[in-house]
Design a protein around this ligand. Sequence first.
Ligand code: ACO
Length: 401
Amino acid sequence: AIDILKLRALTGAITLDPGYKNSGSCQSAITFLDGEQGILRYRGYSIEQLAEHSNFLEVAYLIIFGELPSNDQIVKFENDIRKYSIVNEEMKGIIDGFPKTAHPMGVLSSLTSALTAFNPKVVDAECEKDMYEAVCKTMAKFLVIATWTYRKAKGLPLNYYDNTQPYVDSFMRMMFTLPTEPYDLDPVVRNAIDKLFILHADHEQNCSTSTVRMVGSSHAGLFASISAGVSALWGPLHGGANQAVLEMLEEIQKDGGDVTKFIEKAKDKNDPFRLMGFGHRVYKNFDPRARIIKKAANEVLSKLGVDDPVLAIAKELEAKALEDKYFVDRHLYPNVDFYSGIIYRALGIPTEMFTVMFAIGRLPGWIAQWKEMRINKEPIGRPRQLYVGAPLREFVPMEKR
Ligand code: ACO
């Protein structure tokens, strides 16, 4: 047998794959993704069936624990999430330190990390009880602080988890109403948010998830690892694309609505502008989530009676780009975030919260991947590099520089 370490030491050979375009980093039993055929499955169940028949909490349970829950299991899960939903009052002092103008994703990442200070217990991923408690705590507290990032930006009092409501309803209540105000969530809105969260719940080794696994591989805690995942998600090439898409569509609208002009701009290699919401590292035919979301966007807008001119621009942009040789040759199709912002807007979610919505949806994936990585006893992530800097040279004293 070849000793790979000895061989490497002798030859200095490493695999160079910037952006990990063709490198697997782990084995995983959570999400199956076939980019050529546009297939996405969580734990073997198709994304289409889950989006049609399930709800977010059930999908979260499936992704994290591996099986769809029984009725008793899901009732217990929801109750246990409620039980752990209290966020330490001192966290409010931390959020007070941020200016109102701070981006909610930056605040979310900081607050998630700060949760470690108030929940210092080291989670033993192999201990079922320990892990279950950590899952419930994370699902609950992350949701609460996610709404705080918005309430802070608006100068509104911070709300607490509403134990009388289901998960998604409690989220909407914490975002938009005081506990003293009457509350009744439109089922169309609830279903749309549930669906969006389900579609975002996991996506194998994307940038934020591999960040969570990488940080966790040094045996950093769950909150610290998820906080790093939030930062990775924030970027416009990843989760931040949903905010960027809507801003782009609004810009096209303000500019007079000529989508061709923006398509040409995106094709110009001297212009850094890209069509936001187009292209995907893995999907090279279509993104199955985008199909579901496009249909949902049409349904939600017509059910809520919203006539959004931005949707018309999105449809025209999509149709024209899909006929354009540049986009066809490069297999650039609308991704999940091309339509998600339009739905969020119709539901009354402010633009700067779009990526936070993505983060709430992706949370079960991050937790499941962290848990799997620790249970599989994966080694610390430590990529190599190809050094291209200066060769050995003599130190130059200050007076000779
Ligand atoms: N608009 C215009 N051209 C594009 C776009 C785009 N949106 N996306 C890729 N291209 C072009 C590139 O310029 C490149 O062209 P070239 O071969 O002539 O140099 C070619 O297509 C391949 O692009 P890469 O950047 O090499 O592809 P990669 O797999 O590294 O990037 C990514 C994928 C980051 C998603 C990219 O398509 C992009 O920036 N899209 C816009 C941002 C976006 O929507 N991100 C959300 C992704 S989905 C998610 O995270 C949930």
